[in-house]
Design a protein around this ligand. Structure first.
Ligand code: BGC
Length: 805
């Protein structure tokens, strides 16, 4: 029987109550089954950099205590590999680990755009560029799903920071949405059909994503042809029935019986039609049956092979930012001093829902020692990871550094600096590390700084230090990978998938980032990341796409031709020769950028529209060929509500980074529309260097006045604990929630885990107390509490309805 026949048969057999039950989780991690119909419950788990299946409490929330799983580099690092084949191989390995653990859907990848480097969860996202994010996420999804395990593309959409993430309203104009925040999702849906997509917590232009018909139904399903199921982010449901009507099929986690009853009532009173409910249930059934059909009985997985894959990935993650001298690679006859607490307590993964329990963990010091055969490696911590100032640590580090031939300092962000649940405060490295770097001035000429962090940091010392490596959060084998890079056993090939700015103030979104708890205005429009820096010609520390190698690559013989694709579509073929003109085997990421010269709308000077990673032996060369579909030349027209290509001259730039263009040619396109007329009200956006994105400009961009944010008071169902704690009753509530968190994470939880969990829970809207308390708090009690917070004693007595916005 095909899935669709089986689904129809099941639909006929299910009672209304059973159908309603299927629309919410059975617990924290399972989609319910129906025993009498032999429909199994299936498990979903995080994700995305390893399998995070909670070992002993598979039905509960929690950060630690998951089963051992291979920890791969996090997405920001993986993106720096620009390697789709490698990313797919990681997907395959993750799929195998899921099968071994009977996990049916892995909750990832996260592909939100890095609007600002302070976003707390940037380590978990790929890039500031949607084309790159989309390409890598496709590879990841394809790999996982090839193993019969589903994925959950997240967080759909415009979830670009953590502060107030469960209630914030992202105010974004139509074109920016289409060109920056949606394309990565669109690419993945169209190319890979993820089994599920996870709607985000936030609102978009006034509507919660969990009930956003425009995104969940019109764009996702009707326009892009999504066939899978939409699941809520954990606790993202606002109005369950509205969600069902508008395209959210599955609520996670369980709401107890609250929303199940709400669905039954809605059908019985005609608010929700049976056909609407059946449509959603059919999708849940399809997912469960597919998972059941593709489940394998796998006895574990190849730990060694997955560790080796994690190492290969971590090597390709490393971005050689700078190598004057060249100081690197290290020679085995050189004496080396290794400094930094992170050398023995490595930072290798992020915090929050992606935190996993690695099968093993290497440390940089031990791995460097392993390769420095002739000399013992001297080590000093140099700083305290938790940033307490300690001058004796600095003195000790300087003392061993002066006697060594080379000094390797492992610096970076401690885990409590970047996590799901909160945003970073600034770009700085911890003060204790900065002081150490200053104190190392006498040895700067032989200093190599390695960075372990999930997102760009300020590098005020970059001009004074000859060698810098961005190692990102490299996963469990990051340390041996780093040692291989340092000693030249692997040749660095990573390239930045995000811009490293000179200063935070240079980021266009910074004046409005993250904005108010309840409203974030995306005033900068499309001017995100390199699109802004490159077009406005603002200097950066390290540009998008940058990364050096121990060898050299030359680009030559660019040829551009018009062709028809296999489906008869006009395309442009770009070919050029890439030569390894150095003396080592290495890999180069060649990037193809497109720009339009006289467009009617303002456009970035260059946009990434193609790339390839090529491995070459010394002296070898190859002909690289990239194909550009029409879409590569298009912008989103707000007038036509569609993609438009104008008949114009376009620049094609091939480069080793967005700022290192090696070959360039122009191209005339005649297959599109005549160039339109510019909208004068949008002139400030055509001059990004001026950054005059004031009220008038932004409302012109939106096409309507800037909406007012939902006021903090009166308190309502969607007020968060952070908001109500201004009231004594709110503080009481916060204390109670803190106690619950403590119970959840257990007495042995680290201070960092406590901090992360509290941040996540304090950001929760009050409405979630109904579902999270599993029925212990009912609607009337919650209404009463909210009336009391508002000082409405009479209404509190009655328990009458409260606002929900
Ligand atoms: C996160 C998701 C995650 C889910 C389950 C949410 O808080 O935003 O990314 O998959 O929890 O842990």
């Amino acid at each position: 029987m095909t899935h669709s026949n089986a689904v129809n048969t099941l639909l006929q057999q299910l009672t209304l109550a059973e159908k309603a039950t299927l629309c919410s989780g059975a617990d924290f991690w399972h989609v319910p089954g129906i025993e009498r119909l032999q429909l199994p419950a299936i498990m979903l788990t995080d994700g995305p950099h390893g399998v995070r299946k909670l070992a002993n409490k598979a039905s509960e929330a929690g950060l630690s205590g998951s089963v051992p799983a291979t920890c791969f580099p996090t997405a920001s690092g993986l993106a720096a590999t620009w390697n789709c084949a490698l990313t797919r191989a990681i997907g395959v390995a993750l799929g195998q680990e899921c099968q071994a653990e009977q996990v049916s859907v892995l909750l990832g990848p996260g592909i939100n755009i890095k609007r600002n480097p302070l976003g707390g969860r940037n380590f978990e996202y790929f890039s500031e560029d949607p084309y790159l994010a989309g390409a890598l996420a496709c590879a990841w999804i394809g790999g996982v799903q090839s193993q019969g395990v589903g994925t959950s593309l997240k967080h759909f959409a415009v979830n670009n920071h953590e502060s107030g993430r469960m209630v914030v309203d992202a105010i974004v104009d139509e074109r920016t949405l289409r060109e920056i925040y949606l394309p990565a999702f669109e690419i993945c849906v169209k190319q890979e059909q993820p089994w599920t997509i996870m709607c985000s917590y936030n609102k978009l232009n006034g509507t919660y994503l969990s009930e956003h018909a425009g995104l969940l139904s019109d764009i996702l399903c009707t326009e892009w042809g999504f066939k899978g199921l939409v699941v809520s982010d954990w606790g993202a449901v606002n109005d369950r029935v509205l969600g069902l009507k508008n395209g959210l099929q599955l609520e996670m986690p369980s709401s107890g019986t609250i929303n199940t009853q709400r669905i039954i009532d809605a059908v019985e009173c005609g608010e929700l039609s049976l056909a609407e409910l059946d449509g959603s249930v059919a999708k849940v059934l399809t997912l469960s049956l597919r998972a059941q059909a593709e489940a394998q009985t796998r006895d574990g997985f190849d730990l060694e092979a997955h560790h080796a894959l994690a190492r290969q990935a971590a090597e390709e993650v490393c971005v050689l930012l700078k190598n004057d001298g060249p100081l690197l690679p290290l020679q085995t006859d050189q004496s080396v001093a290794v400094l930094g607490a992170l050398a023995v307590d490595t930072r290798y993964q992020g915090s929050g829902s992606s935190q996993i329990n690695p099968t093993r963990l290497e440390q940089p010091l031990a791995e460097i020692q392993r390769l420095s055969r002739q000399h013992p490696v001297h080590f000093a911590a140099g700083y305290n990871l938790h940033d307490d100032q300690d001058d004796s640590l600095i003195a000790e580090a300087v003392a061993i550094a002066v006697t060594a031939d080379r000094v390797v300092l492992i610096a970076g962000l401690p885990p409590e600096y970047e996590s799901e649940g909160f945003d970073r405060q600034n770009l700085q490295l911890p003060a204790a590390q900065l002081r150490l770097i200053e104190a190392l001035a006498p040895v700067h000429h032989k200093l190599i700084i390695v960075l372990q962090n999930g997102a760009p940091v300020d590098l005020p010392f970059a001009d004074r230090v000859p060698a810098l490596i961005e190692a990102y959060l490299g996963g469990q084998a990051g340390a041996s990978a780093l040692a291989n890079i340092l000693y030249g056993q692997a040749n660095p090939s990573g390239k930045l998938a995000e811009t490293f700015p000179l200063a935070l103030a240079d980021i266009p979104s910074q004046p409005w980032f993250p904005g108010l708890l309840r409203q974030s205005q995306y005033r900068e429009g499309i001017w995100v990341g390199y699109r802004y820096f490159d077009s406005a010609q603002v200097a950066v520390r390290f540009p998008f796409g940058h990364g050096l190698s121990y060898t050299r690559f030359d680009y030559s013989d660019l040829q551009v031709s018009h062709e028809l694709s296999s489906t008869g579509q006009p395309t442009v073929r770009v070919t050029f020769t890439l030569t390894n003109s150095g003396d080592r085997h290495g890999a180069e990421v060649a990037q193809l950028y497109v720009g339009q010269l006289h467009s009617s709308v303002y456009r970035p000077a260059k946009e990434l529209q193609g790339f390839t990673k090529v491995e070459l032996d010394p002296g070898a060369h190859t002909r690289v060929s990239l194909e550009l579909p029409q879409q590569a030349f298009a912008f989103w027209s707000v007038e036509q509500h569609d993609w438009v290509v104008e008949n114009d001259t376009f620049s094609l730039s091939i480069g080793a980074s967005v700022a290192d263009i090696r070959l360039q040619q122009t191209l005339e396109l005649t297959s599109g529309q005549a160039i339109g007329v510019a909208n004068p009200a949008l002139r400030p956006y055509a001059l990004p260097a001026q950054r005059r994105f004031d009220d008038a400009a932004f409302s012109a961009l939106l096409g309507h006045p800037i909406p007012l944010p939902v006021p903090t008071q009166p308190y309502q169902l969607n007020s968060t604990i952070v908001e109500v704690r201004h009231h004594w009753l709110g503080r009481l509530l916060q204390r109670r929630v803190a106690q619950q968190v403590a119970k959840l994470i257990g007495p042995n939880a680290s201070a960092k885990d406590k901090m992360v969990m509290e941040a996540m829970f304090f950001d929760m809207p009050l409405r979630n107390m109904l579902t999270m308390s599993q029925g212990n708090i009912n609607q009337k009690t919650l209404n009463r509490l909210i009336h009391l917070l508002n000082g409405n004693w009479l209404q509190a007595l009655r328990g009458s309805a409260v606002l929900n916005r």
